[in-house]
Design a protein around this ligand. Structure first.
Ligand code: SF4
Ligand code: SF4
Length: 247
């Protein structure tokens, strides 16, 4: 944690209030350097009614972690607008109902650790105080947990935790840099979700797996099921972990 990060517990008071009346309204949506998770992309492309291919091409940039070879997808830098988010409008966020998890949590940072004995996830929180954000010091009656519940971020956390688990598995099993084909598989299944779907149904990508017709049918329309399957497929392709399907 940096010195601008103040550790907090979930029952602590949340000394923060963000509202359109704050003079900094929308400042946090400018000068962005924001990575997007697979679930962020799922929600955003669905909100916009476009495919993942179109979303990724139009709104994101891609680079690979120099040590890990893992794809890192972020909002496309746009110096012409001072790197503002493509979805920020004068009256707020155009995709508010489906904004990314990091937008929901800001100015809270969340980290997790899985208990090795129980398998349960422990959460750790910190407040990030940045000079441009004037929401600090405002009195509310909310605890950190209650404030976070109001951001409706539980589904994002749940899906993003699966990504973190996959990355930590990769770091344990394949600690070096992913090879080109491995990075491509990771990107395809997790980020370019509609291309992954097309490859399943038009290119027989999963012909070597025994998947029930009803499960396959669900992948045609259920984006969340497709993303979960993508994670299981990557675990199989990269680490040889048997593909088990629930349901
Ligand atoms: S997605 Fe919405 S909340 Fe997030 S940075 Fe863009 S405009 Fe702001
Ligand atoms: S800068 Fe802080 S207070 Fe201002 S709009 Fe963004 S989150 Fe809210």
């Amino acid at each position: 944690m940096t010195e601008d990060m103040i550790p907090v517990h979930e029952q602590d008071p949340m000394p923060f209030d963000c509202c359109p009346e704050n003079i900094c309204f929308n400042e946090c949506c400018r000068d962005l350097n924001q990575a997007l998770t697979p679930y962020d992309i799922l929600r955003l492309k669905r909100n916009l009614g476009i495919s993942s291919q179109v979303f990724l091409k139009e709104y994101t940039s891609l680079h690979y972690g120099p040590g890990s070879g893992l794809p890192i997808v972020a909002f496309k830098p746009n110096p012409g607008t001072g790197h503002e988010c493509p979805f920020v409008k004068a009256n707020g966020c155009k995709v508010y109902a489906d904004r990314p998890g990091s937008c929901r949590l800001y100015p809270l940072a969340r980290a997790i650790a899985r208990d090795r004995e129980t398998g349960e996830i422990d959460e750790y929180f910190a407040l990030i105080e940045e000079p441009h954000c004037k929401g600090f010091g405002k009195k509310t009656d909310l605890s950190v947990r209650q404030w976070m519940n109001g951001q409706d971020v539980a589904l994002h956390n749940q899906h993003n935790d699966k990504l973190m688990e996959l990355i930590s598995l990769k770091n344990r099993i394949l600690p070096g840099k992913l090879e080109g084909a491995q990075s491509d598989q990771f990107y395809l299944a997790l980020y370019d979700q509609d291309a992954f779907r097309t490859q399943i149904f038009e290119k027989d990508l999963v012909k070597n797996f025994c998947l029930s017709p009803s499960f396959l049918e669900s992948l045609k329309t259920n984006d969340e099921a497709l993303l979960d399957f993508g994670i299981a497929w990557v675990k199989n392709m990269l680490f040889g972990i048997e593909l088990t399907i629930k349901g």
